[in-house]
Design a protein around this ligand. Sequence first.
Ligand SMILES: NC(=O)c1ccc[n+]([C@@H]2O[C@H](COP(=O)([O-])OP(=O)(O)OC[C@H]3O[C@@H](n4cnc5c(N)ncnc54)[C@H](O)[C@@H]3O)[C@@H](O)[C@H]2O)c1
Length: 367
Amino acid sequence: MTESTPANSDITINELGGVTAIPGLLSGKVAVVTGGGQGLGLAMARSLVDSGAKVVLADMNEESLQAAVTELGGDGVATGAVCNVSDLEAVEKLAEAATTAFGGIDIWVNNAGITRDATIRKMTEQQFDDVISVHLRGTWNGLKVATALMREQDRGGSIINVSSISGKVGNPGQSNYSAAKAGIVGMTKAVAKEVAFKNIRINAIQPGFINTAMTAAMPQHAIDSKLAEIPLGRPGEPEEVASVVLFLASGLSSYLTGTVTEISGGRNICSRSPSPRRGDVCVEPRRGGPTFPSHLCRGGSPDHREKRPDVPAGTSGRCRSVGSVSHLAFCVPAGTFQPDGRAASARVSFSRFACRAGGRRRRRPCR
Ligand SMILES: NC(=O)c1ccc[n+]([C@@H]2O[C@H](COP(=O)([O-])OP(=O)(O)OC[C@H]3O[C@@H](n4cnc5c(N)ncnc54)[C@H](O)[C@@H]3O)[C@@H](O)[C@H]2O)c1
């Protein structure tokens, strides 16, 4: 241990065992966090401040901005700027304000975001444009201003762009959001190549299902089906996103640029459903029994049978026609179903019939 290494007892560890701050790690650094008035942005700001950085929060919501600045310890360590990230001029003023307040910028987090969910059939042009404007244009504005300033300062820098797992896999009802979040990945890599020679690093993160106001607003059936896809079996906490931002903001990641880090509890590692766990039970297809959403159907599996030799042949996760409906035999967590086949747990949602590909006459096994 060197003199400048903080003692273990100084490192902030949360109840999940996660490290949320490392005092002194960012001493002398200045960070801007857009959308920092609440949610993930505020958690990131807290982690940066607790690790020694001074932070400028930017948000459209003046009220939450002021409350957040106070919560972080007030003017000496944090300040707020009302800013619409979609407006380049406003973002330029934000950078000026940060430079005036704290003498430059070393870290910039493009985090501000909104959702305007609707299926492609119902989504309006306005809903599409609003989401693209905040996420894609807003991130581009942040990159343009932050890289210009960092180049001028000539002391390197770290920029973190907040994408989403939606940008990797596409979420139904989020064609606008998924497009914007996928675009952020391409933008991250392109600009990372442009400015790497100045030791300016740009990385993206893709949070999955995190407990915030944004996800609390989702309907219960959508929450249930997302939880069913998470191998770690729980939603993430804002601090667990913040700690990755801290890593990317600091010298701990000095050789990383153009990367995309998924923070999702393993969700969407691939298109398969979660692996069976100890205590799982196998559900046989039967008339009136449970049906499964198609993502489980896709994941259902020869390899589940390999991992679970005790699962009898014929219950390998293939779709089976029982009467007029296709059912899926699958390994599910014990307690998911009551003896009569109704749901006993929220881990698997089965609100719609699975595997109806091919129509009533031509059913085929799911792959
Ligand atoms: N919560 C999740 O599960 C999750 C998952 C993946 C990605 N994300 C992304 O993380 C980021 C933060 O999400 P959150 O859950 O904390 O959301 P949130 O709604 O709690 O916070 C977003 C903040 O951005 C601000 N904002 C909105 N539009 C703005 C604009 N034009 N200019 C400046 N500020 C603006 C809001 O006022 C708000 O304070 C977003 O980019 C979101 O897409 C969230």
